[in-house]
Structures are given as C-alpha cells and as structure tokens.
Design a protein around this ligand. Sequence first.
Ligand code: AMP
Ligand code: MG
Length: 425
Amino acid sequence: MNSALPNYEQAAAVVAAYAARLGSGNRPTSEIVELDRASGRVLASPLRADEDQPPFARSTRDGYACRADEASQHTPLRIAGATHAGEAPSGPLPLGAAWEIMTGAPVPAGADAVMMIEHVEKSGSPVDHVRLLPPRKIKAGDNIVAQAAQARRGEELLPAGFTLGAAQIALAATCGQASVDVFGRPRVAILTTGDELVAIDAVPGPGQIRNSNAPMLAALVAAAGGEPWILPTAADTAPALDAALAQAVKADLLLISGGVSAGKFDLVEPALARLGAHFQFTGVRIQPGKPLVFGELPLTAAESHRGGVLPFFGLPGNPISSAVTFLLFATPVLAALGGKRDSGPRFALAHLSRDTERQGKPGLTRFLPALCDFNPAIGKLPEVATVPWHGSGDLAAFARSNCFLVIPEEEGFLEAGSTVRILLP
Ligand code: AMP
Ligand code: MG
C-alpha cells in the first residue's frame, strides 16, 4: 500500500478546494434559452419576482371569506357576493357578512379568513346565509395566502448558480420569463486510449474490445450538465497521445480514459508531463479507481481561456473505475466550470441488506456496485445489497446496479443489517 497517496477524504478535499478556486476565479459565458429547453441548465443571473407573489391575497380553499372573529361566534352570516378564480378582486365585505369564494380567487377587502365549504352550514331558500359549524373556530389568516407572502416585487427568488428543474422552471414561468439567462455548458473532451479498443459498430478481433467508456462518460458528462466532446481514440504510443492531447486544449475540462496504471503501455502521465502538467495527485487510496490522476495543463496565450489552464482527469480505463472516479472527483470540477452552486458527489444512508456482508480493504475506501430499493417502508432506511461482480471491468454487474456501497477505509467488515453510506449516481 502506497501510504504517500491521499486517501479518499484528502483527495476529495483537494478537488473541492480546486473547484472552489475555479468557481470564484472566473465566470462562465452565458446565453439566453427558451424556458422549455432550460431543464438542467444553470441560472446565470438571479430570478426575481416581477410582481408580488402572490399578487393578491389568495384563497387556498373553496368556501366563504369572512372576518374570523365574527365567524367564530357561529351566528349565520349573510352571503354578500361571490368571487371565482380569475375574477378581479372585489368586495369590500360588509360587516356581518360572508363572501363565496373559490380556490385561487382574490379575497375581498375586509375579509381576513376563509371558512372551508366543508365546515359551514348553509341556510335560507335559496341559500343566502352560512355559519361556521360549532365547535370549530377560525382565526385571521386561515386559508389565505397574503399578498407578497412568498416574495415582494423585485425580490430575488433564486440566486445565480441555481440548477433549473421542474420547480424552478415553474417559478420562472410564474414570473413571466419565457426565456432565462443560463451559463454555457462546459465543453468536456473525452479522450479514450488503448490499442485494444474498437468502435461500437466494429466486430472486435482477437483481444480487442469495443470502446464503452466514450459513450458512458458522455452520458455522465451530459447528466452532470456538461457538453460531451468525444475525441478519436488514441493508440498506446507517445506520438499518438501527444497528437490527441494537442486537440483537447479547446475543451474546458479534459477526461482521459485508460493508460494511467503502472503498466508498460500506460503512457498518459508522461504525455501530460511533457505538456507541462501540474499534477494535484497521481493516485488515490480508493478501490476501484486507485490510479486516478488529477491536475491541470497550462495553455498557450492563443489557446488561453478560463484562466489559462485546462483541468484534466486521467481516469482508470476499467469502466466501473472510470464511472466511480468521474462521480467522486470530476463532478465538482464540472459543476464549478458550469457556474453551479451545488456540486456532487451525493451520498445517502442505507440499511445493508440482511444477506449482504462486505469485506473492507484496510487503507482503501471501496465503492462497490450495489442495488438500492429507494422506496422503503415509512420509518425505514432504503435497503441496499451489493451486486455480485467480477471486478471493475464487469459492465453487466454495473448495469444492474443503481448506486455504490461505500466501505470506509478503516472498516474491516460491514455487517449485514448495519447502516451504511451509498454513493448516488
Ligand atoms: P487501462 O486503464 O488502460 O490499463 O485499462 C484498464 C482496463 O480497462 C483494461 O481491461 C482495458 O481494456 C479497459 N478499458 C480501457 N479503456 C476502455 C474503454 N474505453 N472502454 C472499455 N474498456 C476499456
Ligand atoms: Mg490501456
């Protein structure tokens, strides 16, 4: 065991500090996109309320607007008018009266509460009075959202850096924003290396395999808000790597897959070094993924963008190692490049299934493909079990997993039934 290598927490801290510097150092470019194409994008300027939210005191129930202390005396109140959703605010509410009102409609001036239709007794023929059924009481504010309760006109609703999902898009729509100002997606070069790799549509010859990391990493990059840019695969020779790396300088982030282990044809680190790379670390005490390399390349003035450096990750070529190291370490850097406030990785607690026990490896934090039932019974943690696998090249096992079981480095053994951490995809 190479104890000179950082452990998981130390490497994660290096990446987090690097991402924080990136995030504060330069602002990504921005663009205006239509709201219906904005899902997953990152706000480049704050979203502000164009009006008070809500713009008028709004009833949250079908029922009768009233004065709470009058209604709480249970005497019949005369129905003085009605307002439907979509009608302009009306009133005022006379003393001793109630006002028929629908969910979403403006509450008439003078009313301070709404009696739910289920809680009143109607009288008269035709109906012209209502009273709150005893012993129920009502207090001022009940079933009303006051004007501007959520926000005042001009107030910031979401800061820049917020990722837009369904709720944020609905909020933008409510504020009249048919389009939004978002950060450009960071362009992520994906360079796969290896003499054994052939294209997806090729039939592999003896000893060859199809390149599965390129589409896998492209999917991970897209899910993390980046724009994948798949480069031609590089052979395991120094000139091929030099030529491939020379192309990648136009990216905002460079992912290299393969060629970072200690083997004879693992030539990526030396190729990066020839370009003057500054390495942050060249290995992490995790399994899978130990050979991970992280650093930055200096850019010439002509190539220079984003502070004149190109951050890179040399991901170990085994597919599960590539995926784990991407999730753990590349997502925070990608998030920072994309102007995001929040950044991965995401962890959760789960209950280790009764029939799964797991051996740790002293000195290594392990991330094992696992299947978690994310629909636990109330009061229970999600139940997780590892997926049987044949090591970090086992794509079939990986494809049947939906998270990774974390075994901390100091843990010799995870007992069935214990509470464990999982890494979410
Ligand atoms: P390496 O990190 O280059 O030593 O590769 C480790 C293992 O991952 C080897 O079995 C490679 O064949 C495999 N591998 C490397 N690159 C890829 C790739 N792009 N797609 C699928 N498997 C790969
Ligand atoms: Mg290789």
